[in-house]
Ligand binder design. Structure first.
Ligand SMILES: Nc1ncnc2c1ncn2[C@@H]1O[C@H](COP(=O)(O)OP(=O)(O)O)[C@@H](O)[C@H]1O
Ligand SMILES: [Mg+2]
Length: 288
């Protein structure tokens, strides 16, 4: 045969690879009283367009995992790769949004805050300015480009932080409990805004939370981590849940099920019960 099947081309093979691959990752801190193990043998794959959530109780190593993906700390064992390349240092392809929005320097306007990392990364001033205005418009802050951070509400600061991250056009957006400090209503409107942005742009996101409800609302896939040190308990699909279904009987059943998986004595075999769809619950290879 002369012509090659398009599906056989190497390009397709690359596309089917996960964007982020975390394999058997153990992370530890050296403390005064010896080594503190934050996670142990954690594996997961994030595909392009995923809203992948790391869910677990406080102290189970979620932030530490995110820092490792960010390239800020190296694993004691295991490997992390982004698009097939080992993660060895921070880079503009991985941008983190933290909970503390007061990291926005107060002497810079909203627009200057969004421009700053682009300028630091070598983007020309004119382009950085255009991109800042564009992304601030996307998060609903077109009227506030010249405002100073102290004049903004918590939710608006969260929007600035998201605009600043997306303006960098990262391969993956890393979010560490970005809405945890917000009141319930603002948190909900931020989850809505994030969902709308994702539907419009389709970015890839790794999102950390200790809220089961938030995990179901935000994520299409959820990795459940056991308490300290964090090990994978289960990985499940949650694309069928959204803000619209929050409060439904199915949503509540899923919340209860996840709660049992996280805090109960439930280990394998795990039921394929969540949400009633056949593929709604996947066993994870390293599920305990
Ligand atoms: N800089 C650090 N030095 C020593 N231990 C740390 C440090 N940061 C976190 N830890 C420990 O690592 C574990 C995981 O922490 P962390 O990743 O922050 O958990 P989470 O984000 O899930 O709440 C905890 O036991 C915590 O006390
Ligand atoms: Mg944390």
């Amino acid at each position: 045969m002369e012509a090659e099947e398009p599906s056989m081309s190497p390009l397709n093979l690359v596309q089917n690879e996960p964007l982020l691959r975390v394999e058997h990752v153990t992370l530890a801190y050296k403390g005064e009283r010896g080594i503190v193990r934050a996670t142990e043998g954690v594996s997961f794959d994030v595909h392009r367009g995923d809203r992948f959530v790391l869910l677990g109780p406080s102290g189970c190593g979620k932030s530490t995992l995110l820092k490792a993906v960010g390239g800020f700390i190296a694993p004691q064992a295991g490997s992390l790769t982004l698009a097939g390349q080992a993660i060895t240092r921070p880079g503009p392809d991985r941008i983190v949004v933290f909970q503390e929005f007061d990291q926005l320097p107060p002497w810079k306007t909203v627009r200057e805050n969004v421009m700053f990392p682009m300028l630091a990364g070598g983007v020309k001033r004119k382009e950085a300015d255009q991109r800042a205005r564009h992304w601030l418009g996307k998060v609903g802050l077109a009227r506030f480009v010249d405002a100073y951070p102290h004049t903004l509400s918590g939710g608006m600061k969260a929007r600035v932080a998201i605009a600043r991250a997306l303006a960098m056009q990262p391969a993956i957006l890393l979010m560490d409990e970005p809405f945890a400090a917000l009141d319930a209503l603002t948190r909900r409107s931020m989850q809505e805004a994030l969902q709308a942005l994702w539907e419009e742009i389709g970015f890839t996101m790794l999102f950390v939370t200790h809220s089961i409800e938030e995990a179901l609302v935000v994520g299409n896939r959820i990795l459940l981590l056991s308490p300290h040190p964090g090990r994978v308990r289960a990985e499940l699909n949650s694309h069928q849940f959204s803000l619209a279904s929050a409060g439904s009987a199915e949503f509540q059943a899923a919340t209860q099920r996840i709660h049992d998986l996280l805090f109960g004595d439930v280990h394998a075999p795990l039921e394929r019960a969540l949400g009633g769809t056949d593929h709604a619950f996947d066993h994870h290879p390293n599920c305990r």
